[in-house]
Each structure stands twice: as C-alpha cells, then as structure tokens.
Design a binder for this molecule. Sequence first.
Ligand code: GLU
Length: 448
Amino acid sequence: MSVLEPSLVPVFEEVVRRNPGEAEFHQAVREVFESLAPVVAKHPQYADEEIIRRLCEPERQIIFRVPWTDDAGHVQLNRGFRVEFNSALGPYKGGLRFHPSVYLGIVKFLGFEQIFKNALTGMPIGGGKGGSDFDPKGRSNGEIMRFCQSFMTELYRHLGEHTDVPAGDIGVGGREIGYLFGQYKRITNRYESGVLTGKGLTWGGSQVRTEATGYGVVFFVDEMLRDAGDALEGKRVVVSGSGNVAIYAIEKVHQLGGVVVACSDSAGYVVDEAGIDLDLLKDIKNTRRGRMSDYADERPGARFLEGGSIWDVPCDIALPCATQNELDAGGAAALARGGCTIVAEGANMPTTPDAIRTLREAGVRFAPGKAVNAGGVATSALEMQQNASRDSWTFAHTEERLEQIMRSIHDRCLETADEYGVPGDYVAGANIAGFIHVADAMLALGHI
Ligand code: GLU
C-alpha cells in the first residue's frame, strides 16, 4: 500500500472504524485518498471545512426487508439497500445490483465511486447506489417480477426525478427496470419517466443507453491510443465478463477494427482466435440467458476453459468488465508477460491495489473504472434530459454525445494529472478531477 498524506491518516482510520467489516468500501476510499496529497496541499480549505470527512459519510442509507413468493408458493426473504451518498451536484444517481454478494459494504463502495464518476461526466448528477442480495440466476420471469415489485414497494418512497434516480447494474437490465418502473407508476399514480433510467425505447428510454457503458469504455481506450499516436485497428483485446458492459465493449472494439479473442463468465472463459461472434454471444446471453460454455459448444474453433485465468490469454489490451477485484497481482503479471500495454476498467474496481501496482511497475498504462466506464451513467443523464423535455433523440446523435463526453473525460484526467504533477497517471487524474468538482459544490452549499 502507498503511504497516505499524514492529515488523511486519521480520516481514513475513522472511515474504517465507522464502517467495520466493509473491506470493499475501505479499498475504494483508500484509492481516492492515495491521490489526494497534492490537492490537500494546494487547497487547505477542503480540510478546514471537513469536506473529505463529509464526503465519506453517506447522506442517507436505507436498508429494508424484501419478502417475495417463489413459484412453489414459498415465502423468500432478501435484503434491499439504497445508499444515497452525495447530492451536491444533482439528484442521487447510480444503479441497482442484484447479486448474492451484495451487502452494505459493496453498495457503499459502489456509491462512493459513483460520486466521482458522475462528477467526471460533467452532468448534474449526485452519487448513489443500491441493490439486493437476491440471486436472479435460475429464477423464472414471474419470480423476477414479484421480487422487483416487492423491492420497489419499499424503495419508491425514497425516489423521485429530483431526488434519487436508480438504473441497472449487475443483475438488473431492461426487464428488471420495466418491472420496477411499472410498480413505481402503479403505487404513485404518476408517469414519472425521469425516476429510473435504462427504460425501454417505447416507454421513455434513450437510444444507446444499453450500449453506452461498453461503447464508452472503447471510446476512452481509443483516446488513450490516439494520445500515444496509435489506434485500435488490428489490436488483440481480451474482455472479461459477458454481461451488458462486456458485450457492447466487444461490439465497439470490432467496429473500430480490433479483435476480441476472449471473454468469460463466472464458470470460466472462452478463447476464440477468429474473434468473438457477437450475434451468437448476444443470442446466448440476452435471449437464452445461457452460459459461455454454450458458446464454445456452438462455435467451431472456440475453446472453453473452466476455471483458470482469462488474463493468461496474450493480448495488447485488457478490459476487465466483470466485477470487483477480478484482476489480481498474478493476473496483472500474466498480462504484462503476454504483451499487454493497456488495461482499462469496464467494471467498477475490478483491479486490486496490488494488481494496479504490478501493472505500473511493468509499464502497462492503466485507466480506472470511474473514468473509463462513466459512459453508462452519462447516457443515463442524457436519458433524464430527454425525459425532462419529453423528447427523444436519434441513435446517431446520442452516440455522438456519448463519444464527446468520453473523449473529454479522458482529456480532463490527463490535464488534471499534469496540473497536479503526476503526468500520465489516469488514476490520480480521475480522482482529483472528480473530487474537486464535488468538493467545490459542497463548499458552495455550506455545512450540510
Ligand atoms: N451501474 C452503472 C454504473 O456503474 C450505471 C448507473 C446509472 O446509469 O445510473 O455507473
């Protein structure tokens, strides 16, 4: 671990003490703190006004019971969460994650990251996150619907287009947003489009929202390459995961002339030297809700490797797009050995602190999720704009906006890194630029 600036040590200790057992939250806070030394030195008013301590304490945390009935008629029980972290820049904004690993520490780490990510987009959105330990795997459509309805029956009272605007994350896609929106509308008797994003295109959703996170990742990487006088054309890319972020990252890599040779799910990974067949992948994952092993069974020339590590596959560029802490120091060393020169995070915090260090030491350029994957939430903000003006934009126009936003986030990271004496450091650039944007708004709004 790097050494913290001395004035931040007691603040970090306080975070650990006040949030016991929440390792992922501690990790996310520490990573931001490690970037803040030059900021603390330059702007003493942040410390005087306790901005950093206030930022680490969520404005509101909601934990609730989610009972629902399974297809066999048994009552099932889950826990729901919404952490409304910071609203200095706009209504709380961030996704809902339905996954058995979800507990308060995961929701807090995601909510904390979301504050800075949302600030980096330049859009008027605060940071929040929510979810449940509900496991959608193997559940019928009816079970998913009843779960979503029960979840919203409690959560609705905390939401609103000017208050808190959830969206999807792992385990929550268009289908779930539909059931959640339906229940919100029914309970409140309001067609309040702006209360959720990621909606369907026929009922208030935005073009490109589905593709946005993955496309945005690749626009960001393309800008990193351009900055080095290079291009995606002909590059070998490895993408972990096979969910929404991974699928559309693969699509955009292929559109820009690169080739994705591997992707994965929790059971293992597929290597397909001819390049991942996206039509087949989308059919398996989106239509049939199947597994990567099915892909290998149906695609001539593709191999499925159970367990093992996708990072052993040699590549030029690696995009971890699955989940937190999926790329450890061993994986990072394997990537460097395999010739990888860029790692950009499509998921939230997929790279462990040790892995980031290993990549740096090996000279691999590394860009953090809060900058790289901000295209999803940025397009959510575009969806809110369209809802507010009862308008809907074309695919081409929306994609152009997304591309501009991603290229400008990239540039802001590098400019900020330069300004604070850490040139080329995307982690510091993203953390500092996001932090200053929120901190200045907090200063302006007084002691709240
Ligand atoms: N869950 C996504 C993220 O991690 C999107 C959030 C949103 O669109 O509000 O940023």
